[in-house]
Design a protein around this ligand. Structure first.
Ligand code: FAD
Length: 404
């Protein structure tokens, strides 16, 4: 078993955007610390951070006063400045949330009020004419226009964070799956699948889809579970891309933490439609056919899943139907951009969300961390976790005691 040489002040488990932002922040605050990031995959940002919509959210949706609401506004501003310094492209292409009929107007008004309470810059309630000016091909009788919402490539951001960590004297080790965490006096001993053993003064686990399992490794028992929800995207063909200028979103169903199938123009000038939200049969499975028996059986044995499913089984079945039947998915897109034809649409990538679910079947909506001794676990870092990553890193470092 190999051992790292000098004492490690902080080990971060997980090389996604949250873990990397946290390690980077630690080195900004404590340049003399030895900081190590351990990532199980051969490369960083291999899961949620590399499989998302690439949207810089402006903070419209979130409960005023919640961490999410504060963190997305501030996080978006910080990230735009950071990307400018690093030469990473961002574009404030704006987001249009459209109400298709009168029944959606009260929810649109609620969103407007939330957006105002959250100080979303430039938020504007718009009618059909303005909708057609912003997005000539979008349907809708009314909308909310957020000109400050933008796009970025979060994989590029994750790599820039990792470069900063290395430049600050830290290390990012890939191919290191943490398999045990135990406290021994003033240190935490971490062992990885390769035999690497690290003694660290502090550990912060940002393990995304594996967050509950990594928490259990250090004896944190929690009543919530990670339930994976896959989001499948379609992409518009190059000829059909001019149908969408920026971001076109539905009015979301407030019962769910997901935003609904939307159109996204990416920073690389593709146009995606998605993601939907279907139960994934594998936490890290990106194809509709992927199945991991351990992952699925854990979901099925969790009472919280059945409580959630008993409330939302109809919606869940509809989502699955649309997922497996392309024409049904295209019909959903046509509600928002009527000129999209089935021939304009090709299968795109998928992402899997680490959605924390409580034992009573409710979704954990806000960011959540748990601390036990010298080990801190991020237990829920849902969207807009990438937008907010710098603020999340700061918040975690504020909460982590000065033991190291
Ligand atoms: C479909 C989808 C769309 C989204 N769209 C947006 C968006 O447009 N804008 C936005 O702001 N947010 C979006 N999000 C949310 C955002 O991507 C996440 O909040 C963010 O990426 C979470 O980062 P993370 O580092 O916590 O998790 P992850 O990126 O999942 O990273 C966790 C890392 O931990 C590693 N790990 C796990 N277990 C171990 C172990 N035992 N040892 C070592 N390493 C381990 C994993 O391999 C992984 O690399 C979206 C998410 C999804 C899934």
């Amino acid at each position: 078993m190999s051992e790292t040489s000098s004492p490690v002040n902080l080990t971060v488990i997980g090389g996604g955007i949250v873990g990397l932002a946290t390690a980077r922040e630690a080195l900004i605050r404590h340049p003399d610390w030895r900081v190590l990031v351990l990532e199980k995959e051969p490369q960083i940002a291999a899961h949620q951070s590399g499989h998302n919509s690439g949207v810089l959210h402006a903070g419209i949706y979130y409960t005023p006063g919640s961490f999410k609401a504060r963190a997305s506004g501030q996080g978006r501003r910080l990230l735009i400045d950071y990307c400018a310094q690093k030469g990473i492209a961002t574009r404030l292409c704006g987001k249009l949330i459209v109400a298709l009929d009168e029944s959606e107007l009260p929810r649109l008004d609620d969103l407007h009020q939330r957006g105002l309470a959250n100080d979303v810059p430039g938020l504007e309630r718009v009618g059909p004419e303005r909708i057609r000016e912003i997005e000539p091909n979008a349907a809708g009788i009314a909308g909310l226009w957020s000109p400050g919402t933008g796009i970025v490539d979060y994989v590029q951001v994750a790599h820039a964070y990792a470069d900063d960590i290395r430049a600050g004297g830290g290390e990012v080790l890939t191919g290191q799956r943490v398999e045990s965490i135990r406290e021994a006096g003033e240190e935490v001993i971490i062992t990885a699948n390769t035999g690497l053993e690290v003694a660290a003064r502090q550990v912060i686990a940002c393990a995304g889809l594996q967050g509950d399992r990594v928490a259990r490794l250090s004896g944190v028992e929690t009543s919530m579970h990670i339930v994976p929800f896959r989001g499948d995207y379609y992409a518009l063909t190059p000829e059909a891309r001019p149908l969408v200028n920026g971001l076109i979103y539905p009015v979301p169903d407030p019962r769910f933490p997901f935003l609904g199938v939307h159109f996204t123009r990416t920073i690389h000038d593709e146009v995606w439609a998605g993601p939907n939200a279907v139960l994934a049969f594998a936490r890290e499975g990106y194809r509709r056919t992927d199945l991991n028996l351990r992952d699925l059986s854990e979901v099925l044995r969790f009472p919280g899943f059945w409580r959630m499913a008993s409330k939302f089984w109809r919606t869940g079945l509809m989502e699955m139907w649309r997922d497996y039947v392309k024409s049904a998915y295209v019909r959903e897109m046509q509600k928002y951009v009527p000129d999209v034809k089935p021939s304009d649409v090709v299968t795109g990538h998928s992402g899997v969300r680490a959605q924390a679910l409580n034992a009573d079947g409710s979704f954990v909506d806000d960011f959540m961390i748990a601390q036990r001794g010298r080990v801190t676990h991020v237990q829920n870092a849902p969207s807009p976790g990438a937008t907010s990553s710098m603020v999340i890193g700061r918040m975690i470092m504020d909460r982590v005691s000065e033991l190291a």
